[in-house]
Write a protein of this length. Structure first.
Length: 81
């Protein structure tokens, strides 16, 4: 079985340093091995750990895009100041 591609780290943007780690209690997390220390949501399987991380990453990107779309343009911000 092949797993879905892990999306980049939401903190540092690295995609090469993302991997799934299993802890002694059986929980699996997508983690970033850089100094940012990102730890994704806990799951019972590798597949679900990747799915939860990717889903969370998509929601964060959608929220960010919506915030940019509704924020005033830089020229409008200058008018307010």
């Amino acid at each position: 079985m092949s797993y879905p591609k892990i999306k980049p780290c939401p903190l540092c943007g690295s995609s090469e340093d993302m991997d799934v780690y299993t802890y002694d209690n059986g929980c699996r997390h997508v983690e970033c091995t850089t100094t940012c220390g990102y730890l994704g949501p806990a799951s019972s399987s590798i597949l679900w750990a990747i799915r939860h991380h990717n889903s969370q990453r998509d929601k964060t990107a959608a929220r960010h895009a919506a915030a940019l779309a509704t924020s005033p343009s830089p020229s409008a911000r200058k008018d307010r100041a």
